[in-house]
Design a protein around this ligand. Sequence first.
Ligand SMILES: Cc1cc2nc3c(=O)[nH]c(=O)nc-3n(C[C@H](O)[C@H](O)[C@H](O)COP(=O)(O)OP(=O)(O)OC[C@H]3O[C@@H](n4cnc5c(N)ncnc54)[C@H](O)[C@@H]3O)c2cc1C
Ligand SMILES: *[C@@H]1O[C@H](CO)[C@@H](O)[C@H](O)[C@H]1NC(C)=O
Ligand SMILES: *[C@@H]1O[C@H](CO)[C@@H](O)[C@H](O)[C@H]1NC(C)=O
Ligand SMILES: *[C@@H]1O[C@H](CO)[C@@H](O)[C@H](O)[C@H]1NC(C)=O
Length: 622
Amino acid sequence: MRWILIWIQITVVIALDASKLFDFWTDIFRPLPRSPREGFVPDYTPNNLEEFDFIVIGAGSAGCILANRLSEISEWKVLLIEGGGNENFFSDVPIFAPFLSTTPMNWGYSSEPEQRACRDLRGNVCFLPRGKVLGGSSVLNFLIYQRGHPDDYDDWAKMGNQGWSYSEILPYFKKSENIRISDLKNSSYHGRGGYLDIDYAPYKSPLEVLFRKAGEELGYKWRDPNGEHVIGFSKPQATMRNGRRCSTSKAFLEPIRYRRNLKVTKNSIVQKIMIDPITKTAIGVEFNKGRIRRQVMTRREIILAAGTIGSAQLLMVSGVGPEEHLIEVGIKPVMNLPVGYNLQDHVTFSGNAFLVNDSSLCVNDKTAASPISAAQYLAGGGPLTLPGGAAGLAFSRTRFASRDHSATRPDIELVMGAGSLAGDMLGILRTLLGVTDKWFWQVYGSLPPQVRQASFAINPVLIRPRSVGRLKIRTGNFSDHPVLKMNYFDDITDLHALVEGVRLIQKVVNTRAFQQYGTRLHDVPFPGCQGYPFDSDEYWQCAIMQTSITIDHQVGTCKMAPAGDPSGVVSPRLQVYGIRGLRVADASVMPRIPAAHTHAPVMMIAEKAADIIKQDWGYPIM
Ligand SMILES: Cc1cc2nc3c(=O)[nH]c(=O)nc-3n(C[C@H](O)[C@H](O)[C@H](O)COP(=O)(O)OP(=O)(O)OC[C@H]3O[C@@H](n4cnc5c(N)ncnc54)[C@H](O)[C@@H]3O)c2cc1C
Ligand SMILES: *[C@@H]1O[C@H](CO)[C@@H](O)[C@H](O)[C@H]1NC(C)=O
Ligand SMILES: *[C@@H]1O[C@H](CO)[C@@H](O)[C@H](O)[C@H]1NC(C)=O
Ligand SMILES: *[C@@H]1O[C@H](CO)[C@@H](O)[C@H](O)[C@H]1NC(C)=O
């Protein structure tokens, strides 16, 4: 058994590495059946000083949509610049999502040592994966499609961001969408015929059935959290096509890969945006492809879609940022703006495992690596289609939810995984979390292997955090990773709210539904927390500070705010204040993180941004 697993691991790693070098190699690793819409996006290398109407930086969740929508205007010549290469067979497999963060498809950022989070992870540092591949983080992500509560967007509008209230942005969620879930096809909240397929995993986990029953026992409805009510229990909706990942590059780029006015340059890392210091106009972009540095020029605009980390960093290395900080690192300021502040994220507590007396309920390494699962996957189903391994989502309110908010607005989310850290034979989850082998064996080593395989997880996610972090740059060189201070649990209420999440999970597993299988929390205390009585609030606070990790929802470093608001980097029309011909359209513009997984909100922002740009240039919107 073990040598088979090792062999699979080696093959995967080789394939992922090689895929960076050869398109044909990833083509071999991409299985049939393929829809005619899909196929490799040709790589184009621009000539030095070549001109484009629009240059989009970053082919991530937002960038692929922007490139598609802007090139709908046939007289606009559009260039899309991406630092990574192609996705491949393995990145398509939904349950392998956690694994992708350990490959070169991840930029590999990490935080500064944290005070109250990632305490027992390597060096108190939290890993912050970001996609470096065509499709960006939509290739690394866990596929979950979740939009948030209407008030999240109404709050943006109340801050003065005209045009961003829920009723104004709902059409943009629907515009992208091709809902494949039959029960929801007639819902007024969902779209049909868009580029992006939204579906349930074809595999029904036995745990999903228990989760639904447990929710009902506790008085929660089973429902569509992207519909009228968010609070409740549900099966995760996913960016998925026939059981495979539907990234934004697959959805929005591949079907239009031969559009003549759109060019895509891959493996091209932007070093700097060229800004004329006198006219304060963005005139071009400098990037490295292989060893060669090139410049491309714009006739109209540059659209920055390099993500919360990349966009903030690129602005600053190009002279747009807090003046005193830029001077500190030796950059000549062009425009003084609060870039890098307002860094917000969602953390989840992920060290727990629940044990059941029937391993067929769970999907751990043994099931995931079995040839049967592989065969089922090739036929379009089976446990490998679970999005990032998730089999259930729930939204609820803790006693820390703001009283000023509507009672329909959640502040805690539960994500049920069909497997757990205890079942991590191959060490993939350990690597992702950053927990050391020593920690793992101390907590889970006492369990026999077959017991570890019969385990699953329910993790609480802090979806309305109060703590805010900050991104700074180290130098003017884009290759130097920025300084990321996340400040998780800086506001102690965040920690208390997450403990409430643990308590809610305990209620879920104590229902009749879960007790049918003798479900119990593995109760070996975490090293370093043994000083607190097991299961006390203090114990959980300690455990949370040890192994809470990000669910990779960083947003906010190029905050959208109305003119006159000193915290704003971009206007509600996404123009960088004080610079002509430069917009930002990605996760970084969010003024406040929505109580949702951020992929759907980012895609909405990109759809709306494309319409704003068309309007501003006098074109009709579609
Ligand atoms: C591991 C992981 C799991 C996640 N799980 C979920 C989930 O289940 N559900 C959900 O809703 N959200 C999830 N998210 C979050 C979600 O995927 C992101 O919020 C979203 O993809 C961000 O989109 P973006 O366009 O802002 O940035 P990205 O998608 O990261 O795109 C930025 C792009 O710019 C490129 N780039 C950056 N700098 C440069 C440069 N200098 N030159 C050239 N190119 C550059 C990058 O390579 C990348 O392709 C997850 C994220 C991660 C990383
Ligand atoms: C959706 O609406 C159409 C037309 O109104 C109807 O024919 C169809 O049965 C409905 N489908 C579902 C799943 O409700
Ligand atoms: C930027 O940093 C990289 C990696 O450290 C280095 O190879 C490169 O030469 C640096 N570029 C400049 C302009 O200093
Ligand atoms: C699992 O535990 C429950 C509750 O203790 C018990 O009723 C059931 O028979 C057990 N099932 C197996 C397969 O051991």
